[in-house]
Design a protein around this ligand. Sequence first.
Ligand code: HEC
Length: 140
Amino acid sequence: MTLTAGALADPLVERPAVDTTDLQTLAPGWAATNPLRGLAQAQAIGRQAFNQTCARCHGAEADGSRSPAPDLRRIGLACRRVKDAELKQRCLSDADHFFVTSVRYGKQKFGIVHMPPFDGVLEPALVYALRSYVETAPRP
Ligand code: HEC
């Protein structure tokens, strides 16, 4: 796909220089829900990675202060209010899926790249660490 090839040629689409060796080993592939949710180490690594790779568009606190990139803190926020454990899990799964696919495939509309795809650049552990960080970013 030409969009992906173009984005990969973009020098700004590169893996952040973060060390993930201390993260727990994950099963290969993409999980149904973020396996690194709530882990301090993942949040710290995710924060570093976010600052290097995402903050230029989404703002350092993921708050969308750099319009037009949206506030990422609200993704899955409503799940916190869900009381039923099974339903809450499905809610989080859905939010994680949205986050992961947004990062992997980017956002293109009418052939214009609003966000480049990071598939093949960021491995699952790093995407989950990013997700873990965004969930801890200060909320309004
Ligand atoms: C070149 C700027 C740019 C970079 C770099 C970028 N994004 Fe985005 N991102 C955007 C824009 C703009 C949108 C909204 C696109 C749209 O919906 O049309 C978006 C949308 C998203 C969404 C969906 C949000 C929603 O509510 O619709 C997620 C999740 C996301 N980005 C995560 C990330 C992460 C994590 C990174 C770093 C790995 C990143 N982005 C890097 C510009 C960027």
